[in-house]
Ligand binder design. Structure first.
Ligand code: SF4
Length: 363
């Protein structure tokens, strides 16, 4: 849902808020038996502006890092840069850096979760800035998207309730334009506050699910909720009148992009009351390759060469022809399943900056 620059702003916020504090000295709030540690932050700012990130929306992420640990997750950038910059700024010794980073570099994103404690003070100040600049009298209100670089309803939210606090504050505002992206059924806990928010503002909730195939989910998303659980959450939201739909991000070439596969997913979302569907292809950033390509080799070895060709030469985005063909397929399926037809991405949240050229990948 976002681009690299959005993620960079996360690490800049993280570092600038703690000019004199060593990262390893931050309070440990909780630890799981499997090794995940939750570290407290008290940020001065929580809402990232379009000027900070280079996208057309404001973004908010109550956590940095995500326990769900999806192998294709581009948000690994945020964590990796945060830890590397902390080391470069002298806030982590070399030994601490290796401990934070984990043996392969990608573990930290899943096992060192930064929790933005006491975020309401920061949000209050940021809302003043937002109201002054994001609501021009002669134009549309800029969206606020929650969950662009981490899942706002990952398991930690059950205890820390940061996302709920943010929503309660936003529900007291008038005329906002809010999007929420999550894979977690925990969002259904907050139906009450979502309804309040929707009474005064535009709201879109995107339940994220890439396939109905639980086997594939477990191969590429080690700790995410299973498909049936997410669809039940979607049904609970829509039954409560929440404007909710499905986001299929990413569509995995050769794994989840065939027509029967996508159609079954779209129809399941429709049965759960989804009001819209969006879908977009995999982006394979450098920080994601270390995590995703070994999984591809283990479970889909026949696809490895195809991926290496398609995403070779430093390309992160799917080849243009592939993206066009996928968008056309998504549009046909949207029409066939009774959804509004769109370009396959979330148009309102489309990055402002154009992307570079692409190679070839046939469907
Ligand atoms: S749930 Fe979202 S933020 Fe969390 S690991 Fe998966 S893709 Fe990344």
């Amino acid at each position: 849902m976002t681009i690299k620059s959005t993620l960079r702003s996360e690490q800049l916020t993280l570092l600038s808020d703690y000019p004199a504090i060593r990262l390893s000295a931050l309070p440990v709030l909780d630890q799981r038996l499997r090794g995940t540690t939750f570290v407290g932050l008290a940020p001065r700012s929580i809402l990232n502006s379009p000027q900070q990130t280079g996208v057309d929306f404001w973004s908010l992420n109550p956590y940095i890092g995500c326990e769900f640990g999806c192998t294709y997750c581009y948000a690994r950038y945020a964590h990796r840069y945060a830890v590397e910059r902390a080391r470069d700024a002298g806030k982590l010794s070399e030994a601490e850096f290796h401990d934070f980073r984990g043996p392969h570099g990608w573990e930290a994103f899943e096992r060192r979760i930064f929790v933005k404690e006491r975020l309401l003070g920061a949000l209050e100040a940021d809302l003043g800035r937002y109201m002054r600049t994001a609501r021009p009298p002669d134009g549309p209100t800029a969206p606020i998207v929650i969950g662009t670089a981490t899942d706002p309803y990952q398991p930690a939210e059950r205890r820390f309730r940061l996302t709920r606090q943010v929503l309660e504050r936003l529900a007291r505002c008038e005329g906002l334009n809010v999007g929420i992206i999550t894979k977690s059924p925990l969002i259904a806990r907050d139906v009450d506050v979502l309804r309040q928010l929707q009474e005064r503002s535009d709201l879109e909730v995107y339940i994220s699910l890439i396939t109905l195939d639980a086997r594939v989910i477990r191969q590429v998303e080690p700790r995410s909720p299973l498909p049936a659980v997410r669809l039940r959450a979607l049904a609970r939201l829509t039954a409560a009148g929440i404007n909710a739909g499905l986001i299929v991000a990413p569509v995995l070439p050769g794994i989840t992009d065939d027509r029967p596969h996508l159609e079954a997913l779209f129809r399941a979302a429709r049965e759960a009351g989804a009001r819209f569907v969006h879908a977009g292809p995999l982006r394979l950033y450098a920080a994601v390759r270390d995590r995703f390509l070994p999984v591809l080799e283990a479970h889909f070895p026949d696809l490895v060469d195809r991926y290496r060709r398609a995403y070779g030469g430093g390309r992160s985005n799917a080849p243009r022809d592939y993206a066009r063909a996928l968008a056309a397929r998504v549009k046909r399926l949207q029409a066939r399943c009774g959804f509004p037809v769109n370009d396959g991405m979330i148009d309102r949240y489309r990055p402002r900056r154009p992307r570079g050229g692409q190679g070839e990948l046939g469907l």
